[in-house]
Design a protein around this ligand. Structure first.
Ligand code: CMC
Length: 424
């Protein structure tokens, strides 16, 4: 192991240097405070590695994304979502036998406990489906015990993957006042979800193959993205040995915000707003550049990608194909392309390396599937589930794992004395 030297308050320290398999280099400062009395400060963690992980590799400068070493472009065109779940969680693509067994598990655990259906009665009809998803996922821990061994952990993992899509579809049915539609065992993961969303008792929904493929692609592209806000939340919460369901519920809540997974809903609202306002997209590019305006181009920019987000590239092509095959002419797609064109040539965006991210085109595909805008972030969550689970499992199985507990630089008042109120 190599070391690097650092001088702090005149004292020279040797710190270990950790090098990853893709030559990413980190200075291990875990003993820094003990040895020098100082901590590091990195608001927003832009420069801090919180863990060592073997799951996903991103090179944001080059626009590279790999799951367990496999390029996203290959994974996206050759696999089904359950295979990707298996790959992320267990480290290897499944053999045929493993795949069959895993897929059967995902099918046979799709039902939620009948008592859980009563929970839906308590939500307001206007409840955001992310509120329902996160609370229902946390509620799964009241039905299934925390895992004590590998077998129990694997069972809870399969239960969660299988039931989350049922909860998501039921949350939609609740919002439109339709009866819940039960899963069918002969359908695939993606078909089953679309069936539970769009079938009604009078008419079962025949899933068009083009939508099945598009959903498979969307879920795969969202499946993992290393230490983003929600995944770090899952690891943070799970580090106190919180059970799987409660940890993932925390991740779902972290995803909800508009700067993270909530951006896909905001992109569509922004595009619609531009159209309603006369379609002058240049005005919105100018607003995004104006430092006196809080407006940002939603679906643009990324903490890690300083190049075109490879997921957005794939989704842009797919949006064109899917809308073409369905014969849908969505004016939002046109506005999105114009915005992208102008932003990619504008010095403000070029100099800051701001490119479209995964959320820029995903909403257009979800719209084409008939998924309502307030369900978009739920779709992101369904896709990200295997990533969260993989990170939770990796952390829990790491013998060197510790509870996450960052330090801070305190900036409040110095010690002072309480002056008691005369009357209490
Ligand atoms: N529109 C206009 N300006 C932007 C945008 C944008 N969308 N994004 C960043 N900037 C500017 C920002 O004002 C700053 O300018 P300056 O250097 O002059 O102060 C510079 O670019 C760097 O931005 P930052 O806010 O320091 O970057 P960050 O890494 O902290 O934030 C981000 C990343 C994704 C939160 C941000 O780019 C953003 O708010 N984008 C819009 C929301 C969005 O699309 N989020 C989805 C992210 S991808 C899905 C996911 O994984 O969550």
């Amino acid at each position: 192991m190599s070391v690097t030297k650092m001088a702090i308050n005149g004292k020279e320290l040797e710190l270990p240097v950790i090098v990853g398999t893709e030559d990413e280099t980190g200075i291990d400062i875990s003993q820094l405070r003990k040895r020098s009395g100082v901590v590091t400060l990195d608001t927003g963690y832009g420069n801090t590695g919180s863990c060592q992980s073997a799951i996903t590799f991103i090179n944001g400068e080059k626009g590279i994304l790999r799951y367990r070493g496999y390029p996203i472009e290959q994974i996206a065109t050759t696999t089904r979502f359950p295979e990707v779940c298996y790959l992320l969680i267990y480290g290897e693509l499944p053999t045929q036998e493993q795949y069959t067994e895993f897929r059967e598990g995902l099918t046979h655990h799709t039902l939620i406990h009948e008592d859980m259906k009563k929970f839906f009665e308590g939500y307001a009809i206007t409840a955001h489906p992310m509120a329902i998803l996160s609370s229902m996922v946390a509620a799964l821990s009241s039905y299934y015990e925390a895992a004590e061994d590998d077998e129990a952990m694997n069972l809870n993992i399969v239960r969660l993957l299988a039931k989350a899509k049922t909860i998501a579809a039921f949350s939609y049915k609740k919002s439109v006042g339709q009866p819940f539609v039960y899963p069918q065992n002969h359908l695939s993961y993606t078909q089953n979800f679309l069936h539970m969303m769009f079938s009604v008792p009078a008419e079962p929904y025949e899933v068009p193959p083009v939508l099945d493929e598009a959903l498979n692609l969307l879920l795969i592209l969202h499946a993992d993205h290393e230490q983003n806000c929600s995944t770090s939340t899952v690891r943070m919460v799970g580090s106190s040995e919180t059970n799987l369901f409660a940890s993932i519920s925390a991740g779902i809540n972290a995803l909800w915000g508009p700067l993270h997974g909530g951006a896909n809903q905001k992109v569509i609202e922004m595009l619609q707003h531009i159209i309603d306002d006369g379609g002058d997209y240049k005005k919105y590019v100018d607003m995004a550049k104006d430092k006196d305006s809080p407006f940002r181009l939603m679906g643009f920019g990324h903490r890690v990608y300083k190049n075109y987000d490879p997921r957005a590239k794939i989704l842009k092509e797919s949006a064109d194909q899917v809308l073409g095959q369905l014969g849908v002419d969505d004016p939002l797609l046109e506005i999105a392309k114009h915005l992208e064109e102008i932003a990619l040539e504008d010095d403000y965006f070029v100099s800051r390396k701001l490119y479209p991210n995964v959320d820029f085109y995903s909403g257009i595909l979800y719209r084409a599937m008939g998924i309502p805008t307030n369900m978009f972030t739920v779709m992101f969550a369904l896709g990200r589930l295997p990533g969260w689970i993989a990170h939770w499992r990796e952390m829990r199985l790491d013998p060197a794992g510790r509870i996450h507990r960052p330090r801070q630089i305190y900036t409040g008042p110095k010690m002072r004395d309480v002056v008691a109120l005369a009357e209490r």
